[in-house]
Write a protein that binds this ligand. Structure first.
Ligand SMILES: Cc1cc2nc3c(=O)[nH]c(=O)nc-3n(C[C@H](O)[C@H](O)[C@H](O)COP(=O)(O)OP(=O)(O)OC[C@H]3O[C@@H](n4cnc5c(N)ncnc54)[C@H](O)[C@@H]3O)c2cc1C
Length: 599
């Protein structure tokens, strides 16, 4: 079948602008071969459906696969594919927004970024639990989680989905509801939400039930940044991680997250704009081994005020955080303390919050929680995201802090670390409680602590890539296993898929046996020809049984996936600027005012 005519823009390999649209979060960290669709098809709102359908029919007739991309934020590049296949880029395809105050239901198109989504909710006095990056899109996020600052209080973003609309591989469109009596719908709902993003069809719209600010009038937030100097503040980090471990005993409307980001100015300039590029700061602080204004420790606390009563707030949890911080940046020489004092002045320009005041829920999410960058650092990375139901060793906080410290202050060697740690569990946690309904396939609902240890490296710096690999490999070896510091089992999140993504070998990291079997059955039923089988992160296939286009059997790609090798050195900063500019324009086109956010 000849390549069909589409009414939307299409970029074929080699076309002008192909490289711009090919770029996504994982492009610089994955082999070019894996991230280069033969054609990128970009259906446009409000007439996206016919082009989506044409792409499905073309792929089915020609034994090709479709990679579905909305925001392009998949860590391991699962929304892209090889030159044998095509990509549907839905970032401008479905912009609908229809809130019905009477039913309390919102139908929303999947092409919203989280910033657009949360800003629109805020304008209506509403909020929802979502993840943190402004440019993650609803399309993928609805299927991989929505783990975030309100997880213990309200559960995952996905838990709030009442129904979704999906194009299946046979070209039919279906609305699938959580409460459908039909077993086929029940299975599809289960598989799509949490069981392998992009595997079952093309999600176009979702219906959710947002929460109202007015039902949580006395909510509070606490956000604090300090410059992080491991030489002086190692114990502060250890104590914060201990507090994360203990957080499962907090009431479930209390959430808490610890972040360390250390490296070049990208991260902090995303947070405060050009101030961090101040020539004086760069000259005097940037390349110091253990301290620079680009090494920060950040904590975020949220009280969601379930019962809507003025005097229910228990400040003791926040006091524990404050008590830990009371000794921050102490000790060392006067010069070290002086530098930290100046760094703190810079960080004070960021949006901070203390818990003495009431902060509207929607305000917390848009202003305090959402991160302004499209990526943490403009470099390739090795990501690591792991969960556990029980931290395996009492000295895990000491171990984790030491592993982080080993990479802090090494930007002059081309190494930048980003780490986040949060407790999602406890017997009253909504993540756990919602999981008991068994409507979605998100695994590891009994998770307590979740930990990310991510390293970005500058390929132009000799030794940086090797050092990053060693750190990453050692982390995995020491954290997981019978004598692992973090967990005896290797449990991962779909939203943070990393390393090997050959599903036929790796599925036990993402599913229980029973749930994987159920998802495989659904895949077989809804996608018998493998239209949604664009790479090796696919449910229900082995290299033998996979359709040819799935590229499951390529050892060299597997190796490159593990070690994050792409053949090219790609300038992330050039592309991220272009994509940030595009994000601003797209919000404007939807009539959403994001100027305050990007000020
Ligand atoms: C910097 C950064 C920060 C993040 N922070 C968080 C966080 O705080 N919490 C959290 O939970 N997650 C977080 N994530 C992960 C993110 O939520 C997931 O990767 C999410 O799936 C991205 O969705 P997307 O549409 O932007 O990306 P994409 O790469 O386009 O999609 C991700 C996956 O979903 C599939 N998919 C996308 N759209 C559709 C569709 N319409 N129909 C069918 N399949 C589709 C793709 O094929 C792919 O497998 C973060 C990611 C990044 C890069």
């Amino acid at each position: 079948m000849k390549f069909p005519k589409f009414s939307c823009p299409v970029y074929k390999y080699g076309d002008k602008d192909y490289e711009f649209y090919r770029y996504q979060y994982a492009t610089s960290s994955q082999p070019r071969e894996k991230m280069s669709p033969a054609a990128i098809i970009r259906p446009q709102h409000p007439n996206a459906d016919p082009d989506v359908l044409t792409a499905i029919r073309y792929a089915a007739a020609n034994k090709l696969a479709i990679a579905v991309r909305t925001g392009g934020h998949a860590y391991s590049g699962t929304s892209s594919t090889t030159k044998k296949n095509i990509q549907l880029d839905l970032s401008e395809a479905y912009n609908e927004w229809d809130y019905n105050p009477e039913t309390g239901l919102l139908q929303v198109g999947i092409s919203h970024t989280l910033l657009e989504f949360n800003t629109r909710l805020k304008e209506a006095g509403l909020f929802m639990p979502t993840g943190q990056c402004y440019d993650v899109h609803v399309g993928g996020h609805a299927q991989t989680g929505g783990y975030g600052q309100l997880s213990r209080a309200f559960g995952l973003f996905s838990d709030q989905i009442v129904s979704f609309e999906i194009f299946l591989a046979d070209g039919t469109k279906r609305v699938v509801a959580a409460d459908s009596p039909d077993q086929f719908d029940k299975d599809l709902f289960f598989a799509v939400l949490g069981g392998g993003p992009g595997n079952y069809g093309i999600v176009t719209r979702i219906t959710v039930r947002p929460y109202r600010d007015s039902d949580h009038r006395y909510s509070r937030a606490y956000k604090k940044f300090v410059p992080y100097d491991p030489k002086l503040d190692h114990n502060i980090l250890v104590q914060l991680l201990e507090l994360v471990m203990d957080w499962e005993h907090a009431p479930s409307d209390y959430d808490f997250c610890v972040t360390v980001a250390a490296g070049e100015e990208d991260f902090i300039s995303n947070l405060i704009g050009s101030a961090s590029r101040d020539a004086f700061m760069i000259k005097h602080f940037k390349d110091l081994n253990h301290s620079s204004p680009f090494n920060i420790l950040m904590v975020y606390f949220q009280y969601s005020n379930y019962d809507n009563k003025r005097d229910s707030y228990d400040p003791s949890w926040c006091k524990r955080i404050d008590a830990i911080f009371s000794t921050v940046n102490k000790g060392g020489s006067w010069w070290e303390r002086f530098k930290l004092w100046i760094e703190q002045k810079i960080l004070n320009r960021l949006d901070r919050q203390d818990n003495s005041k009431i902060t509207r829920m929607s305000e917390s999410i848009t202003k305090l929680w959402t991160y302004k960058g499209t990526r943490e650092f403009n470099y390739p990375y090795l990501k690591y995201g792991q969960v556990t139901d029980k931290v395996a060793s009492d000295d895990w906080p000491e171990w984790a802090a030491s592993r982080i410290d080993a990479m802090v202050g090494r930007s002059h060697e081309g190494l930048m670390v980003f780490s986040q740690c949060q407790n999602f569990g406890g017997k009253h946690s909504s993540v756990t409680k919602n999981g008991k309904l068994k409507q979605t396939s998100y695994a590891w609902r009994n998770t307590t602590v979740g930990l990310n240890l991510d390293i970005f490296y500058n390929k132009n710096m000799p030794g940086a890539q090797t050092a990053a690999h060693k750190w990453h490999t050692d982390n995995r070896r020491e954290a997981i296993g019978r004598h692992g510091k973090f967990s005896t089992s290797d449990h991962r999140w779909f939203w943070a898929s990393h390393d090997h993504i050959n599903m036929h070998q790796m599925w036990r990291h993402y599913y229980s046996d029973k749930d994987y079997e159920r998802c495989c059955k659904v895949k077989k039923k809804v996608d018998p020809k493998g239209v949604f089988t664009p790479n090796s992160f696919v449910v229900g296939y082995t290299p033998k049984s996979a359709p040819k286009h799935a590229s499951l059997n390529k050892a060299q790609i597997d190796e490159a996936e593990i070690f994050g090798q792409s053949e090219e050195v790609l300038d992330d900063s050039m592309y991220t600027k272009g994509h940030t500019d595009r994000a601003k324009l797209r919000a404007k086109a939807k009539g959403i005012d994001v100027t305050e956010f990007f000020r």
